[in-house]
Design a binder for this molecule. Structure first.
Ligand code: NAP
Length: 285
């Protein structure tokens, strides 16, 4: 597998990238801090990722960085089959209610920035795999405006099969949303709204492009112990990044459109989605 990561420097992204490194997947890291990216790259090489694990600047709050970052990754790896987005921001509801600038950053990173980054990734993944025997310039829809120099040697592949008939990984876009997007809830009104929009976008993408060969995997973590949740009281069914990563990697390999992690959150949210509004207004969950 050849995977590009946005968010592998910490938390669940780091755990997932480490698992992929251990099985020998080729990795390219995107992020906003060059030193952290370099450290994460060396860590992944030691764990088994083919060298070099290269890096490029990409900030979810800087949309102009998306296309150059993805182009650098696709060029360096001679095509990419998997793009993973674990990057995201969280802030407490009360803090965002009192700080419009903070709310703007969280909403922009978790919805607008992530969606626009996914749009750039989608075009490139489809260009590499979705255009059997067509050049990039011949494609008018999914890949308009992309330079063929970004996709050296890959533009005649179809999903699941290389030109020689050898098995070939399906193009996959795996993005971390959240259970917070499943229902409007008091503690996560703003963060949950961004994640709800993101989950909806990913579902639409899956409906529209799966038949063209693009698999979308929407990850919905419950509470997981990472830097993002440091200082928050863990609820029942809290998880660890390594266990979540194992579950997510299986979902990527199988192309599952939605995965809750830890698994118990699927049933928790199933119950929460069914609660009437009068109950939701009373509880603090
Ligand atoms: N932890 C949970 O309980 C939980 C629950 C539900 C959903 N989620 C979602 O799961 C994903 C991963 O969460 P996590 O707990 O693993 O988070 P984390 O440990 O805080 O790691 C977040 C990652 O996002 C990157 N990042 C943050 N802002 C960025 C920006 N503007 N541009 C580019 N990269 C940026 C960070 O990079 P730097 O090294 O530059 O900081 C870091 O690699 C997030 O989308 C989060 O919303 C988490």
């Amino acid at each position: 597998m050849k995977a590009v990561f946005l968010g592998a420097t910490k938390g669940m992204g780091r755990a997932l990238a480490r698992l992929m490194a251990e099985r020998g997947d080729r990795l390219f890291l995107l992020g906003r801090n060059a030193d952290d990216l370099k450290t994460a790259g060396r860590d992944l090489e030691i764990r088994g990722a083919p060298q070099p694990v290269e890096t490029a600047y990409c900030d979810l709050l800087d949309a102009a960085s998306f296309a150059p970052a993805l182009d650098a990754a696709f060029r360096a790896m001679d095509g990419v089959d998997t793009v993973v987005v674990t990057a995201g921001l969280f802030a407490k509801q009360e803090e965002m209610e009192n700080d419009a600038e903070l709310a703007n950053r969280v909403l922009s990173a978790d919805f607008t920035g992530t969606v626009l980054f996914c749009e750039e990734a989608r075009k490139r993944l489809l260009a590499v795999y979705g255009l059997s025997n067509k050049s990039v310039s011949e494609n008018t829809g999914a890949t308009a405006g992309l330079s063929s120099s970004v996709f050296p040697g890959n533009i005649t592949r179809t999903a699941g099969q290389a030109g020689s008939g050898a098995p070939f990984p399906s193009p996959t876009l795996c993005v971390f949303s959240s259970v917070a997007g499943d229902r409007g809830r008091k503690p996560v009104v703003l963060y949950g709204a961004a994640k709800a929009g993101l989950s909806q976008y990913l579902e639409g993408l899956d409906h529209k492009y799966r038949s063209a060969g693009l698999r979308t995997v929407c990850v919905k973590p419950g509470f997981v112990a990472t830097g993002m949740t440091a200082g928050l009281k863990p609820p029942p069914f809290a998880g660890e990044p390594e266990a979540v990563a194992r579950r997510v990697l299986k979902a990527i390999d199988r192309g599952r459109p939605v995965v809750y992690a830890p698994a118990a959150w699927r049933w928790v949210m199933c119950a929460i989605r069914k609660l009437p509004r009068c109950v939701m207004r009373k509880i603090e969950f």
